[in-house]
Design a protein around this ligand. Structure first.
Ligand SMILES: Nc1ncnc2c1ncn2[C@@H]1O[C@H](COP(=O)(O)OP(=O)(O)O)[C@@H](O)[C@H]1O
Ligand SMILES: [Mg+2]
Length: 238
């Protein structure tokens, strides 16, 4: 069992968050290192709320979040992005009125390296985007706009990338492609990944460690290869 990361990039201590005074995330403790850390759980378990909390889009009700040793609990989202937390939301990951090129350029406004160099790297990962550069992002297919959203986040040169159900609603071909890209982003670019997923089978294939969320609480944190079907079923309450 591996409850802690070898060397933590992100440390969440007793975090609580929610909406309009209603607690959804109920005191979670976890660490993420340079790994693929998958957050699994049934619909409504709190995956989206958790990722949005780490990205600092939802205020903390209690607890602290440290990123690369710094307390980022009170920082606004653009500052966490500057520090290296990339976030690809479950929905609305692109600016629909802006072209693909402009969407990627917005991501490139953060960081030191030349935007051209970073955009070339995004094209290596998602070659399909090259022919869509002038198209308004709002006219893209689901799979294409997921690539733009991921590309925009990668343009920020993140140390940690939060991906919220990147394959939800996509055709099987795109699903397989996206899981391959997640592995590639981690392995060839050294980016840590927090991957919220409902597709447990696929997520377990790519993840190093897994947290199963159940009603806003951590049911367990385990090495992906050691997670049993029984544990998964209990975590999903099925
Ligand atoms: N904007 C919101 N306002 C109020 N409640 C919300 C909002 N978004 C999500 N919730 C509630 O928070 C809980 C967790 O939702 P969510 O984080 O979206 O779960 P998941 O991503 O695992 O499906 C659910 O009970 C949901 O109804
Ligand atoms: Mg969700």
């Amino acid at each position: 069992m591996s409850e802690t990361a070898d060397s933590a990039i992100l440390e969440a201590e007793a975090i609580r968050s929610g909406y309009h005074g209603v607690t959804v995330i109920k005191g979670l403790d976890f660490e993420v290192g340079n790994e693929i850390f998958s957050v699994l759980g049934a619909n409504g378990a709190g995956k989206t709320t958790l990722l949005a909390t780490v990205a600092r889009l939802i205020p903390l009700m209690a607890g602290r979040i440290h990123f690369r040793g710094e307390d980022v609990s009170e920082l606004p989202p653009f500052e966490t992005a500057e520090r290296g937390i990339g976030y690809v939301p479950q929905e609305k990951g692109v600016f629909p009125e802006l072209s693909v090129f402009e969407n990627l350029t917005v991501g490139g406004m953060i960081g030191e390296r030349s935007p051209e160099e970073r955009m070339d790297e995004v094209f290596q990962l998602f070659p399909d985007l090259k022919v869509l550069l002038n198209q308004p992002a709002g006219t893209l297919s689901g799979g294409e706009s997921r690539m733009v959203a991921a590309g925009r986040a990668l343009m920020q040169d993140p140390t940690l990338l939060l991906l919220d159900e990147p394959t939800a609603g996509l055709s099987p071909l795109y699903v397989d492609m996206f899981f391959e890209k997640v592995t590639e982003i981690h392995e060839s670019r050294g980016v840590g990944i927090v991957l919220a997923e409902q597709n447990a089978t696929k997520a377990l294939e790519v993840a190093d460690r897994v947290m199963v969320l159940s009603l806003g609480e951590s049911f367990l944190i385990e090495d992906a290869e050691h997670l049993t079907t029984q544990q998964l079923k209990e975590g999903y309450r099925i």
